[in-house]
Design a protein around this ligand. Structure first.
Ligand SMILES: [Zn+2]
Length: 292
C-alpha cells in the first residue's frame, strides 16, 4: 500500500481565469489517474487557505472537502485554518472551525503556509487546537519573514524545537527547502532558502527527529528528494535510520508534473520491506488512524 501525504487540487470553478493565469486544472479525477499510473493507492489532499500562497485555483478547504467526498476511499482531505482566523488572536477558538472540518472528513491540518514566526503565539494556538483534536499538522518552513510563504524559523530550527516541546500532544510534519536544508550540519545561513548540494554531515534534522517523537518529515517535492539525493549513500542510510518518521509525498498539483523522482529513489534504496512500508504508508496510517 502506498499513500502520498502531499498533493493539491487546482479547481476549474474559476473557469477561464485559470487559463488566463497560465495554470492547469488538476481535479480529483486527474489526480486519481496519475495515482493509478504511478501505483499510488491513496493521497492526502492539502488545501491552502493562507493568503501568502493563495494561488488562484489551488483548492481551499471547502473545495477539497467537496471534491474528495465521492472518493474518500482514496483521497484523504486535510483542512486548513489560518492562524489569524478568529480575530487575529492567540486565544482565538480555532478548535471550533477545526472540529467542524474534522466532522466533514478532514484528517489533519495543512499545508500551513502563513508567513509568521513558527513559534508565533497565533500558530502555537493553532498547534494546540489541532493536537487536542488528534489532527497532525503539515507545514512549509520559510527562511525569513516577507517575500516568501510558510512559517519562518532561524538557522537550526530553534522555533520549531520550542513548538515540539510546547505542544507534545501535536504531531508535526515538516516540509520544504528550509526544513530539509537542515539535513547537513554545515548549513550556512545564506543557503537556507535554496536546495543545498554536496555531502551531508548529520545536521539538526537528525537531532530533532531523534529527540522528538512528535516530529515527522514529508519527503515530497524537490526539497525532500534533494535532501536525499545530494548525497545518495547518506540518503539511503537516513531512510533506514528514520524509517519510522518519514512520509512518502509528491507535492503534485498540475497534470504536467513529471514522475516524482522520490518514487525511484525509494525503489532503489534497498530498504527492508517493513521500513519501506512504514515510509510509503504505515507511518501516516499510525498518525491519522485507520484509513478506508
Ligand atoms: Zn504543497
Amino acid at each position: 500500500m502506498r499513500t502520498d501525504v502531499h498533493t493539491h487540487l487546482t479547481v476549474t470553478d474559476a473557469g477561464s481565469l485559470l487559463a488566463r493565469l497560465g495554470r492547469e486544472p488538476f481535479e480529483a479525477d486527474d489526480l486519481l489517474r496519475r495515482m493509478d499510473a504511478e501505483g499510488i493507492d491513496r493521497s492526502v489532499v492539502l488545501p491552502i487557505d493562507n493568503p501568502e500562497s493563495d494561488y488562484v485555483g489551488i483548492a481551499h478547504t471547502i473545495e477539497v472537502l467537496r471534491a474528495t467526498r465521492p472518493h474518500r476511499d482514496r483521497l484523504i482531505p486535510f483542512c486548513n485554518v489560518d492562524p489569524r482566523a478568529q480575530h487575529n488572536s492567540a486565544r482565538g477558538d480555532l478548535g471550533v472551525l477545526l472540529a467542524a472540518f474534522q466532522e466533514a472528513g478532514a484528517r489533519g491540518v495543512g499545508e500551513v503556509t502563513a508567513n509568521i514566526h513558527l513559534d508565533d503565539p497565533r500558530l502555537e494556538n493553532l498547534f494546540h487546537h489541532a493536537g487536542a483534536l488528534g489532527l497532525p499538522v503539515l507545514f512549509h518552513v520559510a527562511h525569513q519573514l516577507g517575500e516568501v510563504y510558510g512559517p519562518a524559523d532561524d538557522l537550526g530550527l530553534p522555533r520549531l524545537e520550542r513548538m515540539l516541546t510546547a505542544c507534545p500532544e501535536t504531531h508535526f510534519i515538516g516540509h520544504a527547502q528550509t526544513f530539509w536544508a537542515e539535513m547537513s550540519g554545515d548549513l550556512r545561513a545564506e543557503d537556507r532558502g535554496i536546495y543545498p548540494t554536496g555531502p551531508v554531515t548529520p545536521g539538526r534534522l537528525h537531532e530533532l527527529l531523534d529527540r522528538y517523537p512528535n516530529l515527522h518529515a514529508d519527503l515530497s517535492a524537490g526539497s525532500g528528494f534533494n535532501a536525499l539525493n545530494r548525497d545518495p549513500e547518506h540518503g539511503r542510510q537516513f531512510l533506514a535510520r528514520f524509517a519510522d518518521k518519514l512520509l512518502l509525498g509528491t507535492d503534485r498539483f498540475a497534470p504536467s508534473h513529471p514522475l516524482p523522482p522520490i518514487l525511484g529513489f525509494l525503489g532503489e534504496a534497498r530498504l527492508p520491506a517493513a521500513k519501506l512500508a512504514a515510509i510509503e504508508n504505515d507511518n501516516l496510517e499510525r498518525l491519522l488512524g485507520p484509513l478506508p
